[in-house]
Design a protein around this ligand. Structure first.
Ligand SMILES: [Zn+2]
Length: 174
């Protein structure tokens, strides 16, 4: 009886190992297919799926390696007059981005604003955009706060590219 129990336990352990192995394979395969980018959304919980969908759609266009990065999205309040609705910085480690989105942006503006911030992540990922405490460097040129928002080349690119991406994917997002 005892020997049978040991045998039975052994069999169960082997079965469990098989199941764990299978789970591991499924996780690995899904990471390879869908990427393992983690989006931690601390804004409106209903937007999480939207953010994940947009990210999956545009990451190839932007050359972002989805397996490599984590995006933490939080609310922030921006000055209405500034026309700024989002801001993204790389923090803590090279693959963690903190994205601040305006708390009062409308649902219809949200996708394009999120895409705009993803363009900045792409610029940073490709070392074209470097953000320091007092200055921002884009393609070797320094930009200080004295340079107007619309005159900053990295903002111009983000505005144009996000507009383009929104046009391309708006049907799939709705
Ligand atoms: Zn921007």
């Amino acid at each position: 009886m005892f020997a049978w129990f040991i045998f039975d336990l052994n069999l169960k352990l082997r079965q469990m190992k098989k199941v764990l192995f299978l789970i591991g394979m499924v996780v690995m395969a899904s990471n390879l297919i869908f990427g393992s980018c983690k989006i931690y959304n601390y804004t409106d919980a209903n937007s999480t799926l939207l953010f994940e969908k947009i990210f999956a759609l545009v990451s190839k266009d932007l050359g972002i390696d989805t397996c490599n990065i984590e995006i933490i999205i939080c609310y922030s309040i921006f000055d209405d007059a500034s026309n700024v609705y989002g801001a993204t910085i790389r923090r803590y480690s090279s693959n963690i981005y903190i994205m601040n989105l305006g708390e009062y942006i409308s649902e219809c503006d949200k996708p394009e604003i999120f895409m705009h911030e993803l363009v900045h992540i792409s610029q940073i990922e490709h070392s074209r955009l470097v953000i320091h405490k007092c200055s921002v460097w884009f393609e070797g040129k320094a930009y200080t706060n004295n340079i107007a928002y619309e005159d900053r080349a990295y903002e111009k690119e983000a505005i144009e590219k996000s507009r383009e991406l929104y046009k391309k994917y708006k049907k799939e997002i709705k």
